[in-house]
Design a protein around this ligand. Structure first.
Ligand SMILES: NC(=O)c1ccc[n+]([C@@H]2O[C@H](COP(=O)([O-])OP(=O)(O)OC[C@H]3O[C@@H](n4cnc5c(N)ncnc54)[C@H](O)[C@@H]3O)[C@@H](O)[C@H]2O)c1
Length: 435
């Protein structure tokens, strides 16, 4: 009320300085002085308020930093620790104790399930970010839960959480799959790549280097490190200094960071360069997945073409083959050689291509999907955008064959058949809708 009065009083005072006259009455003088001070204060508040409104609107609507990066997760407590221990219980003789990061992801779910089913102790970690439909991640989590794998909800940048996990379970291995995947999303949200693929990887390595005993680490790099390399098939020692996307650059950075932690701290590190992995429970941002969705909806699908009508082809690799490669990499990983943060002797450092050795033009992938779905696709031929995608990928897998016994056995027709069967049953049952 008093403020209202003050405001109405202020309104009666001339605002033009030239009209502001000194009054003789000391009371009126004091009143005028206070009134002008109040007026100044009032307008300052209004101005400040406008600035704050503008600031908050601009930070919430266009901030490149997603809310996920600053999310906090609750963890800890006796019941929580018990679940961690139960999940990590080994049931096979010589079983491994594996922390799987990115366990609610496509590859992470399959790898965790495979490890668990052969009797290894497995604990998952995932931040369930919303890069794609989180209900799919939750469904994968429920699937793992049923086979006895607990996924901790947390971020790989949370060093306190990672340290706690190592206190509760002496992991022998870390299968590091958590990452910001996808090539084009980097233009929308570059910081998420730095957060998960660089800072997050360093956090994982920091904790592993200090753990006693240090675990061996197998982690997902990517075929995208070959970037603009035109020599095919891609061999591990080929140049990888021409990344075509920020995603590729962060994976390349990961390979260099891995070298450093191996060199200084004696961490045993194996990087796996996956080539376009597909299959049931896959990632909705990948072409085979959203082509299926859009063909079924009668929407047109973009088929990219390189310069001079050049074919765009991918070395599609079925998830079960990738899982076998991951398990073989874990099984053949030597122990890390450091302790107390110091290296005792040199440790194993490896990089392998995990591909299928037979690139398939994307248009052939669409033809297979058409046959499986019994629906004709509306193809829209477009120029390959220069924002991250490369024209083709083709793996030379002789190192993985020789040293890991890796031998992909699923052709694209068979793998897509499995995928389509899963897709139809997953999205047709219940009320889930493909986003
Ligand atoms: N799928 C492919 O074709 C392919 C190809 C090459 C490389 N890779 C690599 O393989 C790995 C697995 O890929 P995917 O296809 O399963 O991807 P995905 O996105 O399904 O799985 C990654 C998981 O990591 C989680 N994650 C991301 N950032 C995190 C963080 N900061 N803390 C905790 N969890 C985090 C996500 O929530 C997600 O569940 C990734 O490193 C990816 O870069 C995949």
């Amino acid at each position: 009320m008093s403020q209202m009065k003050l405001i109405s009083h202020i309104d009666n005072i001339p605002s033009t300085p030239g009209k502001f006259k000194m009054e003789k009455s000391p009371y009126i003088h004091r009143l005028r002085f206070h009134s002008s001070l109040a007026k100044l204060t009032f307008w300052s508040f209004v101005f400040l308020g406008l600035i704050l409104v503008f600031f908050f609107r601009s930070t919430t609507s266009s901030s490149p930093i997603p809310s996920d990066l600053s999310r906090t997760y609750s963890w800890g407590g006796l019941a929580w620790e018990k679940r961690v221990r139960v999940s990590a219980r080994i049931r096979a003789s010589n079983g491994l104790l594996v922390l799987v990061t990115g366990a609610a992801g496509f590859v992470g779910t399959h790898v965790s399930a495979a490890l668990k089913s052969r009797g290894d102790g497995v604990l998952g970690l995932d931040n369930f970010n919303d890069y794609y439909d989180t209900s799919l991640k939750r469904a994968r989590q429920a699937l793992l839960e049923r086979s006895g794998v607990f996924i901790i909800e947390g971020d790989i940048n949370d060093i306190a959480l990672l340290t706690k996990l190592f206190e509760v379970v002496p992991f022998t291995h870390v299968m590091h799959l958590a990452a910001q995947a996808g090539v084009r999303y980097a233009m929308e949200n570059p910081s998420s790549y730095v957060h998960s693929n660089i800072a997050g990887f360093v956090s994982v390595l920091e904790v592993c280097k200090s753990a006693n005993p240090q675990p061996a680490i197998v982690w997902a790099s990517s075929s995208s490190v070959y970037g603009l390399n035109t020599k095919v098939p891609f061999l591990e020692k080929d140049r990888t200094d021409q990344p075509a996307s920020l995603y590729a650059a962060t994976k390349k950075a990961g390979e260099e960071i891995a070298h450093t932690y191996n060199h200084i701290y004696g961490l045993s590190l194996t990087g796996l360069r996956f080539f376009t992995v597909y299959g049931p429970w896959g990632r909705p941002d990948m072409a085979y997945f959203f082509f299926t969705r859009d063909i079924l909806r009668g929407k047109s699908i973009p088929i990219f073409e390189a310069a001079d009508h050049g074919t765009v082809a991918r070395d599609f690799t079925y998830i079960d083959d990738i899982v076998k490669g991951c398990l073989a990499a874990l099984d053949t990983a030597e122990k890390s050689t450091g302790s107390g943060g110091k290296k005792k002797r040199s440790a194993q450092l490896r990089v392998y291509n995990l591909g299928n050795t037979s690139p398939v033009p994307v248009s052939n992938l669409v033809s297979i999907l058409e046959r499986l779905l019994k629906v004709k696709a509306k193809r829209s031929i477009m120029k390959l955008p220069r924002n991250g995608d490369v024209q083709f990928t083709h793996a030379n897998i002789s190192s993985a064959q020789r040293e890991l016994g890796y031998k992909p056995t699923t052709d694209l027709q068979t793998g897509l058949k499995n995928f389509v069967r899963w897709y139809l049953s997953y999205y047709d049952s219940g009320n889930k809708s493909a986003q």
